[in-house]
Design a protein around this ligand. Structure first.
Ligand code: FE2
Length: 291
């Protein structure tokens, strides 16, 4: 298996193995834990093959909306952008932090790339943490944040038509606001990373609205630093797998009105926690910063 880094902070392309091969799985997972997002050019997985690979990582997620609509089996989400459905993931986030147990991994398979544009970007939330000044790290490690699904529900109203009020009520009832640490300890690598999803972060516990908004705005600006990022230009059949616990991602919605079809599978995760005593198994990717 060849693992080739494609950016300084995170991201590696994997070659020389078939992602369908069960014998390659341990090496693929180890590369993923180290590089946080891995890419297979032209993997060309069928839906079932994507499921099968996903199941090796854990339990494929049933998305809350699907669950509320009666689904008992996980389903692939097909994201179709086109003239009438511009891309909506155009801001840095990690997925569904309004869940008590947000996803651990995501597998994205490109069905139909646009002619040009439509890249996806990832940010290493571990690198972004590692390069903060020590007093800022200390502050962030002491904080907890309330996440909620209100902005997600606004999106449901925009898309779900007549079914929207029922889905909105169900989301509010079954998925109330949750508290997560601002910095989480990765359950497998011990690395610390910033938990960030602007849309879902309601308030920092114990802070005034002004303090909360100011600090979240700072973090939102900080994670935009290109040195924490990797950007992938999709070709048909490409597969990206990322660690939701240590990365943020966003679309670059510059392909409208072109068509772009992508298949996404999420894998269940556990409750984020912060443990000050855990030592990471990988060193920081940056020199300690002195300001
Ligand atoms: Fe996302």
């Amino acid at each position: 298996m060849q693992v080739t880094r494609v950016a300084g902070a995170l991201g590696a392309r994997i070659g020389g193995v078939d992602p369908r091969d069960p014998a390659a799985f341990d090496d693929i997972k180890a590369a993923l834990l180290e590089h946080e997002v891995v890419f297979f050019r032209g993997a060309n997985l069928s839906e079932e093959e994507q499921f099968e690979l996903g199941r090796r990582f854990g339990t494929p997620s049933i998305f809350p909306v699907q669950r509320l609509l009666g689904a008992t089996e996980p389903r692939m989400t097909v994201i179709q952008d086109g003239p009438d459905s511009p891309n909506a993931a155009d801001g840095w986030h990690t997925d569904a932090t309004w869940l008590a147990e947000p996803p651990a991994y995501a597998l994205l398979h490109m069905e139909k790339p646009p002619e040009v544009g439509g890249d996806t970007m990832w940010c290493s939330a571990t690198a972004a943490y590692d390069q903060l000044a020590a007093p800022m790290q200390e502050l962030l490690c002491s904080l907890r944040v309330i996440h909620d699904n209100e902005s997600f529900i606004q999106g449901v109203y925009a898309k779900a038509g007549d079914a929207a009020p029922k889905i909105a009520d169900g989301l509010r009832e079954h998925y109330p606001p949750v508290e997560h640490p601002m910095v989480r300890t990765h359950p497998e690598t011990g690395r610390r990373s910033i938990v960030f999803a602007w849309r879902f972060m309601n308030r920092i516990v114990g802070f005034s609205e002004h303090e909360s908004k100011s600090l979240l705005t700072f973090i939102g600006e900080w994670v935009k630093e290109p040195r924490f990022h990797v950007r992938w230009q999709w070709e048909q059949g490409d597969l990206a797998i990322w660690d939701e616990r240590s990365t943020l991602h966003r679309a670059s919605a510059d392909h409208w009105p072109q068509k772009r079809v992508i298949r996404r599978l999420e894998i269940d995760g556990d409750r984020p926690f912060f443990d000050p005593d855990v030592e990471p198994i990988f060193p920081s990717k940056f020199q300690p910063f002195t300001y």
